[in-house]
Design a protein around this ligand. Structure first.
Ligand code: ZN
Length: 158
């Protein structure tokens, strides 16, 4: 049974809770294998917690839940999910280290701020930034087909 998921106080994205995990996968043209279902479930839970997970974190969560799914399988499943558009991959860099994180892709697109001290990820949408990106692309004779904006931030201490 699928737990109902909601975003606290944001209203930015809603998980379509009516669809089962299997329906999500088959609807995207993927066979509903056990690793795919389990990884999707953890990504849904992470969405509920407003978290973006790396492959190692997914591995750790699965391990804690008693699921033994190898890290290479996790990477392969994440790639499959990304290829069919169920999952979006982001590269969040912390100084010289860059980290790949994954989140479910549905609803409205958004950008990210990452706190360099706590690694907290803050999602936001800004119509002005989006419009400017469209204008800049257009001024160069292009249209925007994909975009990625990550702002590194540090909390201001008064
Ligand atoms: Zn996000």
């Amino acid at each position: 049974m699928q737990k109902e998921l909601r975003m606290e106080g944001k209203g930015m994205e809603q998980v379509p809770a009516a669809k089962s995990d299997e329906q999500w996968l088959t609807g995207a043209g993927l066979k509903a294998t056990l690793p795919r279902v389990r990884i999707l479930q953890h990504l849904k839970a992470a969405h509920d917690e407003q978290r973006h997970l790396g492959a190692e974190e997914i591995y750790a969560r699965l391990y804690q839940a008693g699921e033994r799914i190898g890290i290479s399988t996790i990477y392969r499943v994440l790639l499959n999910l990304e290829q069919v558009g169920l999952v979006t991959r982001h590269q969040f860099s912390q100084g010289a280290v860059s980290r790949c994180v994954y989140e479910l892709s549905f609803g409205e697109r958004h950008d990210h701020m990452v706190c360099v001290e706590t690694e907290r990820v803050i999602e936001f949408r800004d119509a002005v930034i989006e419009a400017r990106q469209e204008q800049i692309a257009k001024a160069h004779g292009y249209e925007v087909i994909g975009r990625e904006l990550v702002i590194r931030v540090r909390r201001i201490t008064p």
